[in-house]
Ligand binder design. Structure first.
Ligand SMILES: [Zn+2]
Ligand SMILES: [Zn+2]
Length: 414
């Protein structure tokens, strides 16, 4: 047997309904807030991510599915969507065609991580991005939309956590304060932290190593080092969240594992998910569009893990229930079954038939197993009279219905 590639998985029919529910709600909510759907290729030039996501990130250093294609071009399966969306925004000059460039995309991402419970090398995200607006009112709207989306999925008990990581003016001051505060303790931190101290000291806050936590807890907070402009922006974000009556919590450790974030960072956490508890996360990335060769436009966005949303989704009765089974009794009815099934399907009914001319008993058994709500029985007598017999499975009741009324009768019954 040939199995799926390690770290990938099939999403089976009994799960797909949950996925579709998440995707449909995501499209609906994004559309209501003025976003347009964009679909970018899953394969991109590698430099898009080394420049965009950042050379110092774990993604670029360890996790890219990068390879030379047959033409010798260095390409990679996309590890995240934001640089791709920025590329498309720049490449197609989308700011000229859209008054406010609000874009979203749904699709698979690829990271070569050590497979662990609930994490896959092919995983799926909703990505939401806005270009061209620097105002804090947008930050708050993006977060409010994320909370609305999660609420409309029926996922309750989520918590919005926010922080500000500053800008290129004030971040170097904070980075230096971090390194000063660490002092000699830096050598006691884990290897990743020591590497981060050199490349992007803020990311020491991402460390999950237990032994490092007491040291990290004593470090200064980015919000105490913001420049006046960043502080004003962060205060305005919080004021706008309060306008929405949107509860939130400040967390100075929320720096997100990417290099491009500026000012606002945020996550939406769920108490239902255990250790990997972030449903979605994002922030502002005001320098990224320019860094990727575009005009100097601010940007903000978030990525939601579809696996996590699907996992946190409450159960509803979403089994695929076929509506109708058409059973043939007698030889003449065998052919008529297929014509009747076509008419039922054209009328919008989910319809199953038996292809193998089995006994009436075997067909009823199959109808039972399929969980249909009604069985339409077509015998030679019914055929001659222009009628069918409809059996309601829940009650066992049977009645005769004229052949040309059957679609209406079944539609009004279901
Ligand atoms: Zn600043
Ligand atoms: Zn560490």
């Amino acid at each position: 047997m040939i199995s799926a590639v390690r770290g990938t998985r099939d999403i089976l029919p009994d799960q797909v309904e949950r996925w579709r529910r998440v995707e449909e709600v995501a499209r609906r909510v994004c559309s209501r807030y003025g976003y347009y759907e964009l679909r970018t290729p899953i394969i991109e030039r590698e430099e898009l991510f080394s420049k965009g996501t950042g050379e110092s990130t774990d993604i670029v250093q360890k996790e890219m599915y990068a390879f030379d294609d047959k033409g010798g071009q260095r390409v990679t399966l996309r590890p995240e969507a934001t640089p791709s969306i920025v590329r498309a925004f720049v490449e197609h000059s989308l700011e000229q065609s859209l008054s406010v460039a609000k874009l979203f995309t749904l699709g698979p991402m690829f990271r070569y991580e050590r497979p662990q419970k609930g994490r896959y090398r092919q995983f799926h995200q909703l990505n939401v991005e806005v270009f061209g607006v620097a105002e804090a009112s947008l930050d708050a709207e993006v977060m409010e939309m994320a909370c609305t989306l999660v609420g409309e999925l029926g996922i309750d008990e989520s918590e919005l956590v926010i922080n500000s990581v500053g800008c290129p003016d004030c971040r170097p001051v904070f980075s230096e304060a971090l390194l000063n505060a660490l002092g000699g303790d830096l050598s006691k931190l884990c290897g990743d932290c020591q590497r981060r101290a050199k490349t992007n000291p803020l990311r020491i806050f991402d460390c999950k190593v237990e032994a490092d936590q007491s040291t990290i807890d004593r470090l200064p907070h980015s919000t105490d080092y913001l420049c006046d402009a960043c502080r004003g922006h962060f205060e305005a974000v919080q004021r706008h969240l309060r306008l929405y009556d949107q509860p939130f919590r400040l967390s100075h450790r929320l720096v997100r594992g990417l290099d491009y974030y500026t000012r606002t960072t945020f996550e939406l956490l769920s108490s239902k998910l255990g250790a990997q508890n972030a449903l979605l996360g994002g922030g502002r990335y005001d320098g990224l569009v320019k860094r990727l060769g575009g005009p100097d436009r601010p940007g903000i966005g978030f990525a939601a893990g579809l696996e996590r949303l699907v996992l946190a989704l409450p159960d509803v009765n979403d089994q695929m229930v076929p509506d109708v089974f058409v059973a043939a009794i007698g030889s003449l009815a065998q052919d008529a079954v297929f014509v009747l099934a076509r008419a039922l399907r054209a009328g919008g009914l989910r319809t199953l038939v038996d292809y193998e001319a089995r006994s009436a008993k075997a067909q009823m058994k199959r109808a039972n197993r399929a969980g249909v709500s009604h069985v339409v029985i077509l015998g030679d007598d019914e055929l001659a009279a222009g009628e069918v017999t409809v059996k309601t499975m829940a009650t066992g009741e049977q009645c005769k219905v004229a052949r040309d009324k059957i679609v209406d009768v079944l539609l009004s019954a279901s």
